[in-house]
Design a protein around this ligand. Structure first.
Ligand code: NAD
Length: 337
């Protein structure tokens, strides 16, 4: 049985984590959970938002499931999410967006996956003010052949493993000829090794427009950090918002972290009404990642069925259920999956 570091997180984190563990186990997921602290709760308990014991646990297990973590704005400690991505070199951020019947959204036919480079670009942290008066500032986008090739290869391998047919590489190489041009060149080279997967490229502004007007045109997108950050929130919006969007962060040596994309929802924390869909679907990705495909399929089917019925859908999506009754409905629907 594989051990997973479970970071319940802050705010609604403990509620949605408990619900997710119940649903994963009911679906037949074979995991042992090792609980570890991070975020505001860890500051209170240990005086550290990312205790060494948590890092050691992820290092040992290679797998983490993470609830949302509170990040103070403008000061305080650095984002634990960003630190974890860097610490474990989690270079590929995978964000699927698939229409869920019953969840209010503008489209009924979205089924795409964004693979975002997670470590470079304008997020590499290379920025400074040009003078002490802060009259100007520079942020430098770092794009390396190494960083580009590994994430593009990951996208092609993901496509093969998951029956995806086409990858669109998104860039702005018409203007950013060197940095984005390098990413595009890497994509064109690597695409030659995967003749079974269709490949094209698209400029990011045109992509934003096409995602909104013709999302069914896309199967997979691979792109750099900044564009991926923005476009993956856009695609979450196509399927009903961040509350139902899952994500995984993949690194070497099979290190991977699966996370709910939404925040800690402090306004509803402790009320028992949080929607655990984002974390449950992230856990389904973790089941796929560990080759527990049947349990993943069951868990997804249970979530989709529970969301499809207004009686068992949670209040944030206009339904009547709370976290407990939603989770019960997910588990009940696993049986029919
Ligand atoms: N991945 C992460 O760990 C992550 C991501 C975003 C924000 N945050 C942190 O979360 C805190 C609050 O951020 P915010 O208020 O901007 O965003 P938020 O996502 O926590 O909340 C925005 C709104 O969506 C609702 N909501 C969010 N998730 C929900 C769920 N699962 N079920 C029902 N309703 C849900 C909230 O009640 C709120 O009204 C901040 O400290 C922020 O730094 C963490």
């Amino acid at each position: 049985m594989q051990t997973v570091t479970l970071i319940e997180g802050d705010g609604i984190g403990p509620e949605i984590s408990a619900a997710t563990v119940l649903a994963v186990e009911a679906a037949g997921g074979q995991f042992t959970w090792e609980r570890a602290d991070a975020g505001a709760g860890a500051v209170t308990k240990h005086g550290d938002p990312l205790p060494q014991a948590t890092i050691d646990s992820i290092k040992k297990n290679g797998l983490a499931l993470k609830g949302p973590l509170a990040t103070p704005s403008g000061g305080g400690y650095r984002s634990v999410n960003v630190t974890l991505r860097q610490q474990f070199d989690l270079y590929a951020n995978v964000r699927p967006a698939k229409t869920i019947p019953g969840v209010p959204s503008r489209y009924t036919n979205v089924d795409l996956v964004i693979v975002r480079e997670n470590t470079e670009d304008l997020y590499a942290g290379v920025e400074h003010y040009v003078d002490p008066r802060r009259s100007a500032a520079e942020s430098i986008a770092i794009i390396t052949r190494f960083g580009s090739e590994r994430v593009i290869k990951y996208a092609f391998e993901y496509a093969r493993a998951n029956g995806r047919k086409k990858i669109t590489l998104v860039h702005k190489a018409n203007i950013l000829k060197m940095s984005n041009g390098l990413f595009l060149d890497c994509g064109k080279e690597i695409a030659k090794e995967y003749s079974d997967i269709e490949f094209d490229d698209m400029i990011v502004d045109a992509t934003a427009m096409k995602l909104v007007t013709q999302p069914e045109r896309f199967d997979m997108i691979v792109t750099m950090n900044l564009f991926g950050d923005i476009l993956s929130d856009l695609t979450a919006g196509l399927i009903g918002g961040l509350g139902v969007a899952p994500a995984s962060n993949i690194g070497y040596a099979n290190h991977a972290m699966f996370e709910a994309v939404h925040g800690t929802a402090p306004d509803i924390a402790g009320k028992g009404i949080a929607n655990p869909t984002g974390l449950m679907l992230s856990a389904a990705m973790m089941l796929d990642h560990t080759h527990q495909r049947d349990a993943a399929r069951k868990l997804r089917a249970g979530v989709v069925a529970a969301l499809g019925n207004p009686e068992t859908r949670t209040g944030d999506l206009g339904g009547k259920a709370n976290t407990k009754s939603f989770t019960e409905a997910v588990i009940k629907n696993l049986e029919t999956a």
